[in-house]
Design a protein around this ligand. Structure first.
Ligand code: HEM
Ligand SMILES: *[C@@H]1O[C@H](CO)[C@@H](O)[C@H](O)[C@H]1NC(C)=O
Ligand SMILES: *[C@@H]1O[C@H](CO)[C@@H](O)[C@H](O)[C@H]1NC(C)=O
Ligand SMILES: *[C@@H]1O[C@H](CO)[C@@H](O)[C@H](O)[C@H]1NC(C)=O
Ligand SMILES: *[C@@H]1O[C@H](CO)[C@@H](O)[C@H](O)[C@H]1NC(C)=O
Length: 293
């Protein structure tokens, strides 16, 4: 509750001209913003460990569509669908947290928030791509192959729905460990009317911990999605994978760096964006309306 009030206040007083991506941006208007957010995330984590995966994935999706502008948080309206309505390519599952407070948490790091949220522009990489195909969308954001392999290490937490890997089970993908195939076949075979698309952990070892276990798993042919397994097999990426397999602190260091780098994609500064009064809707005035959004 207190957080909401603070948020409203700071939105009203942050001068747009101060925009620059840095820790402490809200210092003058909301001292300790970062530690408030950290505490709120930790509180939520203690109730529901899946917040790690949900926030990581949301950050990726926001940054890969028109840059990191929190456009992913915009609600659809009757007249205008938003990114939340994007089609089946890579659905952002309904997050298990939906209060205003949590939306603040995931969006406050943006200096400026976008004025556009359009489902037609959501064209994220799909899990059946090869390493070089997937790399095209990362390179388009000025990210390197090393960044891509590192960031895909986010699949050390969270789940995938059967529909994203069932093809590998059906055709007995030879790059998958037969024991894993059997396990996934059991999970997906249990689908029924009330649970038509079950999920499996992406990291078969430590699915709730951010560590290098994902890379060890794909090194043992235990990647769930094709793109994950391909990282360990493709000459373009396998050296990076073995580096992380050998050294978990290397992965943690690189992961932090790569997340920050991803967070800098096409950030709006100055008057290019706006600081939303409500994270879920564009502000009612200014350019937003003028441009038809
Ligand atoms: C080539 C790039 C990528 C592809 C094709 C891809 C694809 C996918 C797919 C299909 C899922 C399963 C979604 C579902 O079943 O609901 C998934 C889950 C996930 N992805 Fe990725 N992803 C990619 C890169 C990334 C990046 C860069 C991050 C973050 C840095 C990320 C974080 C996650 C997380 C944390 C989950 C689990 C979500 C949850 O359990 O709630 N992914 N990804
Ligand atoms: C899904 O991806 C395909 C090809 O990558 C693209 O043509 C299509 O427009 C995308 N659909 C959505 C809703 O993003
Ligand atoms: C990538 O870098 C080039 C050259 O610095 C720049 O013009 C372009 O806007 C960058 N692309 C993105 C998505 O940041
Ligand atoms: C449907 O499947 C889920 C697990 O996939 C199971 O927990 C549930 O009991 C099943 N429901 C019915 C009606 O069979
Ligand atoms: C592991 O990576 C860290 C970097 O985070 C590096 O300082 C350390 O020397 C590496 N350890 C080995 C055994 O290579």
């Amino acid at each position: 509750m207190r957080l909401k009030v603070t948020f409203l206040l700071l939105l009203l007083v942050v001068p747009l001209a101060f925009a620059k991506l840095r820790v402490g941006f809200y210092g003058p208007t909301c001292p300790n913003a970062e530690s408030i957010v950290q505490a709120a995330v930790r509180r939520r984590f203690n109730l529901d460990k899946s917040i790690t995966a949900a926030l990581l994935r949301m950050h990726f999706h926001d940054c890969f569509v028109r840059g990191c502008d929190a456009s992913i948080l915009i609600d659809s309206t009757r007249k205008k669908p938003s990114e939340k309505d994007a089609g089946p390519n890579l659905t952002q599952p309904e997050t298990p947290y939906s209060s205003r407070e949590d939306h603040f948490i995931s969006s406050q790091r943006d200096d400026e928030m976008g004025l556009v949220s359009n489902p037609d522009e959501v064209n994220l990489p799909i899990p059946t791509l090869s390493v070089s195909q997937a790399f095209q969308s990362f390179r388009a954001k000025n990210l390197t192959m090393d960044d891509m392999v590192t960031l895909l290490g986010a699949h050390t937490v969270g789940v995938a729905h059967c529909s994203f890997f069932l093809d590998r089970i059906i055709r007995s993908d030879p790059t998958m460990d037969p024991n894993l195939r059997k396990k996934l076949n059991d999970i997906c075979g249990a689908a029924n009317g009330s649970n038509p698309d079950p999920t499996a952990f992406l990291d078969q070892g430590t699915p709730l911990t951010v560590d290098n276990e994902f890379f060890k798993q794909i090194g043992s042919r235990r990647g769930v999605m094709q793109i994950d397994q391909a990282l360990a097999n493709d000459p373009l990426s396998r050296g990076i994978v073995s580096g992380f397999t050998a050294n978990t602190s290397l992965f943690r260091t690189r992961f932090a760096e790569a997340m920050v780098k991803m967070g800098e994609i096409q950030v709006l500064e100055g008057a290019a964006g706006e600081i939303r009064r409500n994270c879920r809707v564009f502000n009612p005035t200014r350019r937003g309306r003028a441009r038809g959004f």
